[in-house]
Each structure stands twice: as C-alpha cells, then as structure tokens.
Write a protein that binds this ligand. Structure first.
Ligand code: ATP
Length: 439
C-alpha cells in the first residue's frame, strides 16, 4: 500500500471515531496530550464487549483459568525483581539540530534525522516506567511506579490463589488491566500509547509439560482472534529469532496484524519458564513453589504467558471492519463490518418520522422492552437516511424502522447492515428474531 493510503486509512478511522463518539483524544480542549485516548459513549460499550468476550472465552467457559483484578501501584521492589527498573526501555538517539528523539530500533538504519537531516547523538538508554510516590509527608514518601505491565500482579497473587482457590496445575490466572509506559514515540492512534490495557493469561504447568502447553496456547489464541476478525489472512505468527529471545525462553511468537504500516504485534506468546516466580521468590524471601497434591512433588511451576493489548487489538479490529462502498447513486457508504457481539448496539430502533406521536410511542415501547435484554439504540432525530448512516458507521448490525404500516398491521422493517436488504416481521417476533441472530 502506498504511504498516503496507509495514513489515509488510519486517519479515516481516527476521524470516524471522533465523529461518532467512539474514541477521543484525551484533554483535547487543552490541545491534547500525546499517547492518551478516551473511549466515548460508543467506544466504551464496544471495548467492554471486546473484553467480555475475552473473559467469557478464556476464563468463565474454562474450568482451569481463574481471574484477578490487581492494582496499578505495587511495592517498588516488584519492579526491581522483574528487571524493569534496570532494563525497561529503549535505546534512543537525539537529533543534534532539532532535538527530536527516535527509537534506535525504529529508524531502520537511518543515519540522519528524518525530520531535518541533522546528525544523531550516540544511542542512550531511557527507562519508560512512570514514577509516582506513596505518602504525603516530605521525606517519608516512598517512590514507586505505575505498573509497566499488568502481569506482575499475577505472580504476586500466585501463592494466595493456590492457597485459597483449589486450583491444581495445570491452571491459568488471567487479568485485564491498565499498564503505563512512558513511550518515547507514541504513534498510530491506539497502537502505541502511554496508558493502555493488557489482557494476560499466565498458565502454570509442570516443567515436563511446558512444550505441550506452549503450543496449545499459541494455537488457542490465534484461533480466538480469527473467530472475531473478518480477514484471517491479515493475522500471522512472527517467530522470535534467537537474538530476539530472552535468555530463559526456548521460543516466543507474536500474533501480528497486517496493519496499513506493515505487520505489527498484537499479542505475545511467551515461554517464561520459572523465571518470574523464582525472581519474586528471591526478592521477597517467600517460597513460591507448588506441591502436587497427588505425587507430593514440590517444584516451581513453569509459565506460558499470553499477553495482548486490549486497545491495540481493538484498533486492529476497527481496521479489519472498516468498509467504504460506492453506491449506485455515486455516494460512498462507510460502515463497520464488526462482529455483532462487539458492536455497541445490537439493533437501532428508529421511528420513521419524529413528528408522529403514534410512531414515537410504538418505537419507545419497543425500546423499553428490548433494552431489558439487549444493548439497543433509539434515535428519533434527523432523517432516516442520516440515521442509517450513523448506525452503519458504528457497526450496528440491524436497524428496525417503525413506519406507517406498523400502525396498520403491527409489522416493522429490519435492515441488514451488511447487504442493506430489508425484511418485514411482526413486532411480537422481534425479540425471538434478534435472539436467534445473536446466537
Ligand atoms: P512493542 O514491541 O510493540 O513495544 P512489547 O513487545 O513491548 O510491544 P509486551 O510487553 O509484550 O509488548 O506487551 C504485550 C502487549 O501489550 C503487546 O502485544 C501490545 O498489544 C500491548 N502493548 C504494549 N505496549 C503498548 C503500547 N505502548 N500501547 C498500546 N499497547 C501496547
């Protein structure tokens, strides 16, 4: 794809997100702040649905995975044990002329500043942990960090979970939570931000079964994304080469999405061996080993980690869903072909005209009934064409119109987002029809 088209697609999604209340630049009235985004009324519902699907498929439908919800601030020693205090960051070069900074691994062997052709300084390492302090009295404040990755809390709670939750190896602990990174070059909308959410599973196994479970989770996570993305061919694995692997990993794979700017990481499948529990055991002085209740064998469990970005994958889901179709009348229809389980609303209920009380009353009654069971929208503003355009752009799969015929025979029309075909059904059948569709 040509450079312009790449930027075009991202720009179009950014614009759609703003126009339709999906995502806004944070602090926009103050000029914005780089690398921070807010989810608007539509986006927050969509993101919640995206996370609920992850929880349903990876936690509640599995007997072997439990979930936690840990804090953002932890004891500072956690980040010493994890290695983040020493090693969390990127090598940067600075342009001597315009003072712009660039990540060494992202400038593709460029020897001059891409912005002004100035000369670079020698590379220097920057730590990207966010600092904060606990306490209010000067001299007694404890410096600590906002968590740079969510998964550390899982290791901290491992012993409590084994002692309290009757889990037996193999088992997993899952978590969705915020992480913070002082990224030097936040870019590509939600792709690289400074505050974001991660979804992680740490799956604890006997060392002899590590390979089997690693392969299991690698396949499982890819299949999960393929289930919700339209184009599976835009998802692939990138295997880490020996020089990319951390010393304790036998192998590692990233699930990548074919983004407009090239293949980009969405989730990592990591071979963590006993590294994390051993480190925290060393630093805390606590025994974090596990005793098998049947064989009585005592060992430190090994871990397969799946660690993905909620916001990053949500952005890729939007890129995957974005459609522009030229209509017979020459107009372009913009719509999101997004899975109905993710869309903010499952159906929009639209009275044909805003100035007909009988239509409004019927439509409102239907909204009251359906909204007990589904997330549905009600809209009696503007013309029907404008209402369709809005629902298409936020990916609402079905639009129901209450029109004059409804007043005569209690039937309504339902328009399908994907092919714009319309059917008529009885008002009393709508609930069953929708529930069948959503199965
Ligand atoms: P990258 O190489 O892109 O910086 P990473 O390898 O450092 O990512 P991990 O530490 O493995 O990423 O984090 C797991 C997941 O968290 C990533 O696959 C990505 O989806 C998400 N993630 C990481 N950094 C960011 C960020 N700055 N903004 C949004 N999502 C992120």
């Amino acid at each position: 794809m040509a450079e312009n088209n790449q930027n075009d697609t991202v720009a179009k999604i950014v614009s759609l997100c703003k126009r339709r209340g999906v995502i806004f630049q944070n602090s926009e009235i103050y000029g914005g702040i780089q690398g921070f985004y807010d989810y608007g009324p539509i986006g927050s519902l969509m993101k919640k649905n995206w996370k609920d699907l992850w929880i349903r498929d990876n936690v509640t439908r599995r007997p072997d995975v439990v979930m936690i919800d840990g804090t953002i601030i932890t004891h500072p020693r956690v980040w010493e044990a994890s290695g983040h205090v020493k090693n969390f960051g990127d090598e940067m070069v600075e342009c001597k002329k315009c003072h712009h900074r660039f990540r060494l691994d992202l400038i593709d062997n460029a020897t001059k500043c891409p912005d002004c052709q100035g000369e670079f300084t020698a590379p220097k390492k920057f730590n990207i942990l966010f600092h904060t302090e606990i306490g209010v009295i000067e001299g007694e404040k404890m410096p600590t960090y906002l968590r740079g990755e969510a998964c550390q809390t899982i290791y901290l709670d491992f012993k409590n979970i084994v002692d309290s939750c009757r889990v037996k190896i193999p088992f997993g602990i899952a978590q969705i939570g915020k992480a913070f990174r002082n990224e030097i070059t936040p870019k590509n909308f939600l792709y690289r931000t400074r505050e974001f959410e991660q979804w992680d599973i740490q799956y604890f196994v006997h060392p002899s079964e590590m390979d089997k479970w690693f392969e299991y989770w690698k396949a499982e996570r890819m299949a999960w994304y393929q289930k919700y993305f339209n184009s599976s061919e835009n998802l692939h694995f990138h295997q880490h080469s020996p020089d990319e692997l951390v010393f304790y990993a036998k192998k590692a794979f990233d699930i990548e999405y074919n983004a407009p700017w090239g293949w980009a990481e969405m989730e990592g499948i990591h071979w963590r061996s006993d590294y994390d529990l051993t480190q925290h055991s060393k630093f805390s002085g606590q025994d974090l080993s596990y005793r098998d209740p049947i064989t009585n064998e005592k060992y430190t469990p090994w871990i397969t980690e799946t660690s993905g970005g909620v916001d990053r994958s949500f952005f890729f889901l939007l890129l995957d869903a974005y459609r522009e179709d030229k209509q017979d009348n020459g107009e372009v229809r913009t719509w999101l072909k997004i899975n109905p389980k993710v869309s903010a609303y499952k159906m929009a209920i639209l009275p044909l005209a805003a100035n007909k009380p009988e239509l409004i009353a019927k439509a409102k009654a239907l909204f009251s009934e359906l909204s007990q069971k589904y997330s549905v929208d009600y809209d009696d503003s503007s013309s029907i064409g404008k209402k369709y355009r809005r629902q298409d752009e936020i990916g609402t799969p079905w639009c129901l119109v209450v029109d004059y015929q409804t007043l005569e025979d209690d039937t309504v029309s339902i328009r399908d987002r994907d092919n714009m075909s319309q059917i008529r059904i009885k008002l009393t059948e709508v609930d069953n029809w929708l529930s069948e569709k959503l199965k």
